[in-house]
Ligand binder design. Sequence first.
Ligand code: ADP
Ligand code: TRP
Length: 329
Amino acid sequence: MQKPILISGIQSSGRAHIGNYLGMLKNAVDLQNTGRYQCYYFIADLHSITEDFNPKEKSKQILETTADCLAAGLDPKKSALFLQSQVPSHSELTWILNTITPMGELRRMTQYKEKIATGGESENVGLFDYPVLMAADILLYDAKFVPVGNDQLQHLEFTRTLARKFNSKFGKTFIEPEALLTETPRVMSLLDPNKKMSKSQPETCLFLDDSPDVIRNKVKRAVTDSGAEVQYDPAAKPGISNLLSMYSALSGEPIKKIEAEFTGKNYGHFKAMFAEVVISHFAEFRKRKKSLMRKPNKLRTILLIGSKKASRVAMLKMRSVQKNVGIAV
Ligand code: ADP
Ligand code: TRP
């Protein structure tokens, strides 16, 4: 029997941070290593150009995100790791899905509303259409599962609605995917624990390849709360709770046990220990990423091979979409 299919994407808009890792990347690697799924992971470069970017930097960013995925443990022998723009079916299916998407549905997407609220030149049709491209990414592969952070749940719900709508209009074509969340589906910003950690605000992020000194510094400056006890209480102590949940996810120790270890000790003690946990957890990662970044051609080849593999599957699906819509003559 065919293994269930799993897909996820990460934008090539900067270095991967600990929110990407604990919300998606670590889960993607663990799921890959169970051997129970057929895995597709890709660099969402077409999504990443919906926001301001420098064309001179883009290809380097794509390779860097590829190195992030590999250094975190994605294995091209076990998963297809590919580049979204090298599989033209993603854009083709987006167009067809556009024709059954009500504008009103896109207008109420939280991520879109937040991004346009910041104003500037970034408001464009691509940004508006972002969820449709994401739906195409998923539906093309008949993916049953999608490991993502909690900020993507609305887009996934939208994908399910679109799949249902397409099926009822054109006959059964797509399956409805389900999100897979981790225990840390929403890692918060280091500087404002009420906001999500995001690549678009680099100063709020702990990047996976930050050096030990940078990690110590960022953790020291991380916003904590009034009081002095190391206690998990997201409503009253969002800052320390955010650090505690990262600590627990990285060390594998339950939060209760960590709280107990730090009874009677202050935030400073806890932060110093937390920084060391992060530093040692990503020691291997830093080494691997550095060595991968020295081999851009190897990264390019991995993407090309993955994209070829994904293209074969995606083109077959596109063919049946075209037939069902009635444009295959
Ligand atoms: P970003 O939002 O930082 O630009 P991406 O859009 O490339 O990053 O997200 C890649 C994956 O990481 C997605 O599954 C997303 O839900 C997840 N993710 C992003 N930020 C966080 C966060 N702060 N906490 C948990 N998961 C996150
Ligand atoms: N939109 C996702 C994010 O910003 C990235 C992404 C694009 C994605 N296409 C996807 C994730 C398909 C899962 C499946 O995080």
